[in-house]
Design a protein around this ligand. Sequence first.
Ligand code: UGB
Length: 598
Amino acid sequence: QKNLSLFSPEQIELAKMLVEMGQSHLFQHWPEPGVDDEEKKAFFDQVALLNSSYPGGLASYIKTARELLADSKAGKNPFDGFTPSVPIGENLNFGDENFIKFEEAGVREAQNAAFVLVAGGLGERLGYNGIKVALPMETTTGTCFLQHYIESILALQEASCRLTQGKYERDIPFVIMTSDDTHARTLQLLESNSYFGMKPSQVNLLKQEKVACLEDNDARLAGDPQNKYRIQTKPHGHGDVHSLLYSSGLLNKWIDAGLRWILFFQDTNGLLFKAIPASLGVSATKQYHVNSLAVPRKAKEAIGGITRLTHADGRSMVINVEYNQLDPLLRATGHPDGDVNCETGYSPFPGNINQLILELGPYIEELKKTGGAIKEFVNPKYKDSSKTSFKSSTRLECMMQDYPKTLPPSARVGFTVMNTWLAYAPVKSNPEDAAKVPKGNPYHSATSGEMAIYRANSLILRKVGVKVDDPVQQVFNGQEVEVWPCITWNPKWGLTFSEVKSKVSGSCSISQRSVMAIKGVNVFLEDLSLDGALVIKSVDEAEVRIGGSLRNKGWILENVDYKDTSVPEEIRIRGFRFNKIEQLEKHYSEPGKFDLKA
Ligand code: UGB
């Protein structure tokens, strides 16, 4: 009361709302007017932000929190009444006739798509100090994730334009969701690299705000331990992307421009774009409103399971069940062993890799109803079994893949299962945790993420007829991985099976110890036998034919210990680095036709 004269009418309204919502403890320690007045005003700036960035405002947040905390205390099962079963989706196998057909359909549709990268997470599990999208995806060329994503979108844009004979010639919009943890560094990465070749006008950054922390079951907001005039905040989860897109106005702009698809993806999956054209083709062909990309999942792997949930009252939906919920759900519904592999060696539930393709029109219609709000959950860590107090403050969270939960049963919700080697190799775990992963389960580490790229490229080349030698097993940072020839190419060289096939002819072979990096478009491998390191860069207008028997001492993979702080962090988390002994490196910077014959 004593402080009221300091504040604007809007701030007084916010104070009233807080008091009405049982939050008067936030002001209890406030001193007389004249003391810390600026801090008091700053408190209301924060409250105003928390209020405006949550659909329905802070009062709605507190109300939902009370309900969810009561459910959690009562041990209420979020899947009460639902029985899980294995859903049926589209299964694709790279290089099959079906796959090639979907790829072509997807490339055509790419002109009508917008891409959204959720990159607000700091990646606590990885423990890397920088932002994850700045990490090199592989160290043969050092290309970082963000560069690869942008180059992939640009390559799709060009391929789509070629295939549709320039019918649209659109710049594919690209949105990045950031947070306070990642925003400035993401922008700086883009600006210092000229947006990796994309037009800055094509890129939109949307920053998600954190949400207020809760200190008890009454949803009393937690004070910030660092500053008594602030509320403690924590991330709300990737589900924020829907409300942010809705309030940004971009969706209407896109639909007016004739776009039809919106593709969501995560920050550190270097393989993903190899699976995008075919899965977009599936969406277009099957007219899916929602299409989730999935891979075969190992039981207990830290990826959600795509599940059909059927309610006793007849409702049914295909939805992701998060990895920590799948096992208890199965146990509670007549599967006493819980989340276990079946006779295939995999969980019967396909693994959600959180790549969602939504049809824009139905998406906008749904968001008009919900404002982009996603069903939330709360995960308090209780001090003891009385569940009356928390070990540390908690908050509400939401996940982008829960979007279909509010859809009517008539919505066409499907999923597409791809080969894991082609589609999924995230970088999420630190070396120590990865080394503890049970044998046969994926590490999801920087080591496995990079090796998966070489394996995928080797397997793709095999599929188009190149003889690629078998891998050897090696241990890096305590993780045993397959080491294939280190082959990389930029997305413009070959984003689809057909494109790669068109670049290779005759009888080509690559030995296990080889390294091949192609940074160009019109680079053709003709009767090439490679045993060593080859690095080719060329401008788009140069046509380069490479053949003959090419042999040199090559590059050698050396072990690095992740604890060795004399080595840069982005290298030591992989457990290896290249010793570049000898290579053939050529740069074609002028237009023309060139032959490189060994
Ligand atoms: N992210 C944000 O942008 N904002 C946030 O507040 C939080 C995250 P994690 P998670 O495919 O591997 C997901 O932490 O949430 C971004 C699926 O839920 O890497 O544990 C963040 O930057 C799970 O079903 O993953 O698990 C990153 O890009 C499974 O599919 C993305 O959200 C799993 O991913 C994911 O965040 C997977």
